[in-house]
Design a protein around this ligand. Structure first.
Ligand SMILES: [Zn+2]
Ligand SMILES: [Zn+2]
Length: 345
């Protein structure tokens, strides 16, 4: 929903790489390479310690370069159509596909994202301050997941649940198995969005951290008429979601994830924001400071309370609903300024 601050990923990059037993992985890849000479062009890209470290730590720019290298190495994990049309398992495309799937699974197993990769990522992730789902921004990317561990002092396995970050492979691991452990390819996602996204491409360049690429890609707005009706008669407001991304041959993000549906149910947040914007005049804020001299001394917290979330720069990925609140705060500021100008004239 907004640009990811990749400079944060850079701060944990080396720590993250250090958790991998690279020598062991290389040995596994080299063994696979001997058994599968057909896939040499692919394994050539990941068969040394140096190459693997580069892939694990590839930043958003390098990751795009790697994507291209894998796209053009002649071994794609896009699958061919069965000639019989029913996945017969015997025709040439079906047999090619089976071979590719089996090779892909072996690569994924050798890289071991499921155990070591995920565990390593969780060790560094809390330091990034990225906590919300990168797709919907409506929820935290934390989910309680079962942990089957022996209870202390016994051998009996106990079912316990622990809140853990959930991640999405932005470049899907089914298509880019070698990028399954790349730090900059792993974004926080909530469970519902993850189940909708699956292995699909979002059709949005989330690897771009250039704010200019993000300007107004998505914008929340209150329908102007409904804002007036709310201000005059406290009638329910309706929100609009403007999605300016171009999706080639695919459904828009707004439609696929029913963004409007999610946010129209959170309109109470905006009612509160309007009330704060109207009530927190400079005089009122001055009075609060006088009444609570030790409580209201941090400007950043004051601003946060007035806005209802963190500021524009840090908020979006730190607290759910921040993109929504920021956009509408901007709309309201513009709206009230216009009203003031009208009165002035
Ligand atoms: Zn077939
Ligand atoms: Zn989500």
């Amino acid at each position: 929903m907004g640009p990811l601050d990749f400079s944060k990923f850079k701060t944990v990059k080396y720590k993250y790489i250090s958790f991998f037993k690279i020598q062991k992985i290389v040995k596994k890849i080299q063994a696979l390479e001997k058994l599968n000479p057909k896939f040499q062009n692919f394994t050539d890209l990941i068969n040394t310690e140096k190459k693997l470290k580069k892939i694990i730590g590839a930043d958003n720019v390098k990751l795009k370069e790697f994507k291209q290298k894998f796209d053009s190495c002649g071994i794609s994990f896009d699958f061919e159509d069965c000639t019989a049309g029913n996945g017969c398992g015997n025709c040439i495309p079906c047999r090619n596909n089976a071979e590719k799937i089996s090779f892909r699974e072996k690569i994924l197993k050798a890289l071991d994202y499921e155990n070591n990769g995920k565990a390593s990522l969780r060790k560094v992730y809390s330091r990034l301050g990225l906590k919300t789902c990168y797709v919907c921004n409506a929820q935290y990317a934390l989910n309680a997941v079962p942990e089957n561990r022996p209870a202390k002092g016994t051998v009996a396995v106990q079912d316990r649940y622990k809140a853990k970050f959930q991640f999405d492979h932005y470049l899907p691991k089914a298509k880019y198995p070698a990028l399954s452990i790349s730090l900059f390819n792993l974004f926080p996602i909530c469970s519902p969005c993850n189940s909708i996204k699956g292995e699909r491409d979002l059709g949005i360049d989330f690897l771009s951290s250039d704010p200019n690429d993000w300007d107004d890609k998505f914008t929340f707005k209150i329908l102007e008429k409904s804002l007036t009706a709310f201000l005059l008669n406290q009638k329910a407001m309706k929100i609009d979601f403007i999605d300016k991304t171009t999706y080639i041959g695919m459904e828009s993000l707004a439609k696929r994830f029913d963004i409007k549906g999610i946010y129209n149910n959170q309109i109470d947040l905006i009612e509160e924001l309007i009330i704060r914007k109207l009530k927190y005049s400079d005089t009122y804020k001055g009075k609060l400071t006088q009444s609570f001299p030790n409580l209201f001394h941090k400007t950043s917290i004051d601003e946060r309370i007035e806005l209802g979330t963190y500021s524009q720069n840090e908020g979006i990925h730190k607290r759910p609903m921040s993109k929504f609140i920021h956009d509408i705060d901007q709309q309201l500021t513009d709206h009230f300024q216009k009203e003031l100008l009208k009165i002035g004239n």
